[in-house]
Design a protein around this ligand. Structure first.
Ligand SMILES: [Zn+2]
Length: 452
């Protein structure tokens, strides 16, 4: 078996136990064999490869529990038309180059066969969550459903769990619950179709809130705010207040109540099946999420830093969820990069600062998510979380929260699977190398050609 030595590492091993300096990590085959104080390279004269880490940082391969567009099949829990395979493989490359070695695809309607084909095409480990419960399927069909084949529809959540799906999720979504998906996708599409004007996600979001409020309710309609949003989006004279109201309402409301009910239904099914349920946690769904938090089921509250929360509301809600043993997840979204959807890290940083965060994921953010290591870098530099704790939130904590997602992964320890990231300690998102199952898949920041 091939032996590789990672020479002279600073190690953050995923267990939130500090930083080890000057260690060598010996990998045999796909397993971490030994971690020892740094030796001279002559000690390793017989090995196949010595990777000079030179004091850079080694972490576990990251485990991301909230991704979309990472498996062949319908996109999003609204069953939207699938992305081309080439785009999905490119998305997986992006995650891999960012240091992620395992992802949970929470699109929810992908079949086991399509997942197997995905995993055959890419070294990153992809697992499935299913959202194919009766109410969630109905919500998808009402909101979109354009990408659902007969096979997708027939592949129920029960079938999916039988075939190895590790969770139910994403239950509720921005696409069925009037969240980000409505703002970055469905509302701009319909406005463009009617007026020819392209509006931004933020303009669509403002319009949506003017019509339905942050918590999504027809009674929140605010005529003046809608008028202002129309002007802001350069739609004056092209769209009346009534038309704007109709567009937003027709996109968001038909699926909304059934999608909300889907949260309760899926929690019951997850409880019966003994798998966690990963839910869309946002202002619009917070009451139902708080409700299922009381049940005897592992609830993962996805993207609990959702931009629909105001700061105090988001913090208090997360506190209450934690009291009930909910796993509070935060997503990187596009907090620091594109900022097409989110605007700044206030809630995210406050959640770190108050010790409310269990796991860190990316979510999709309209295809512009920030890397997990970038967000950890910024949060550590801002002093709101320690590096070992933050790395654990993106590795061991995730593996522990979802049994079966990443067995024997998430910790750099002897006997563990050799999924590791080598990155710069002073710029964590500057990933140098990524090792999956003992094989170097990213070198010098670039994906190794897959021909080998
Ligand atoms: Zn979501």
């Amino acid at each position: 078996m091939r032996t590789t030595v990672l020479h002279n590492c600073q190690l953050v091993d995923g267990r939130n136990t500090g930083i080890q300096s000057n260690v060598d990590i010996i990998v045999v085959g796909s397993t971490i064999r030994e971690i020892s104080p740094t030796s001279t390279t002559e000690t390793y004269s017989g090995v196949d490869e010595i990777i000079s880490v030179d004091g850079n940082l080694v972490t576990p391969g990251l485990i991301n529990n909230h991704t979309h567009g990472t498996a062949f099949g319908p996109l999003f829990p609204s069953g939207h038309e699938a992305l081309p395979h080439s785009q999905i493989l490119q998305n997986l490359d992006t995650h891999l180059q960012e240091g992620t070695t395992t992802v949970l695809c929470v699109d929810g309607f992908v079949t086991a066969d399509a997942l197997a084909a995905t995993n055959q095409s890419h070294p990153l480990q992809v697992s499935l969550a299913s959202c194919n419960t009766p109410a969630c399927l109905e919500a998808a069909t009402l909101a979109d459903g354009g990408g659902l084949s007969d096979e997708n529809i027939a592949f129920s959540a029960t079938d999916a769990i039988g075939a190895g799906a590790v969770a139910l999720g994403e239950i509720g979504a921005g696409h069925t619950l009037g969240g980000g998906g409505a703002s970055y996708m469905y509302i701009p599409m319909e406005v463009r179709r009617r007026t020819g004007v392209t509006i931004t996600s933020k303009q669509a979001d403002k319009l949506k809130i003017a019509v339905l409020g942050r918590h999504i309710s027809a009674s929140s309609f605010d005529h003046d705010a809608v008028e202002e949003s129309i002007v802001d989006a350069n739609l004056a004279g092209k769209l009346s207040v009534d038309e704007a109201k109709e567009i937003v309402s027709d996109i968001v409301l038909p699926a909304f109540d059934v999608a909300l009910y889907g949260l309760t239904e899926a929690a019951g099914q997850a409880q019966q099946s003994g798998v966690p349920v990963l839910v869309h946690n946002a202002a619009a769904s917070m009451t139902q999420v708080a409700d299922i938090a009381r049940r005897e089921v592992t609830v993962i509250a996805g993207h609990s830093n959702h931009n629909s929360f105001d700061l105090r509301e988001g913090l208090e809600h997360a506190e209450r969820l934690k009291e009930h043993g909910v796993i509070v997840d935060v997503s990187t979204l596009d907090t620091f990069g594109a900022q097409l959807i989110t605007s700044g890290p206030d809630l995210l940083f406050a959640m770190f600062d108050q010790g409310l965060v269990d796991t860190i994921s990316t979510d999709y953010a309209g295809g512009h998510h920030d890397s997990i290591l970038l967000v950890i870098d910024r949060a550590v530099k801002a002093g709101v979380v320690s590096l070992p704790a933050a790395i654990a939130m993106a590795s061991a904590n995730v593996a522990d929260a979802i049994p079966g997602l990443a067995p024997n992964r998430g910790r750099v320890v002897p006997g563990g699977c050799a999924d590791m990231v080598i990155t710069r300690a002073d710029a964590l998102d500057d990933v140098q190398a990524v090792i999956v199952n003992g094989t170097v898949e990213v070198r010098n920041g670039k994906r190794v050609a897959s021909a080998a």
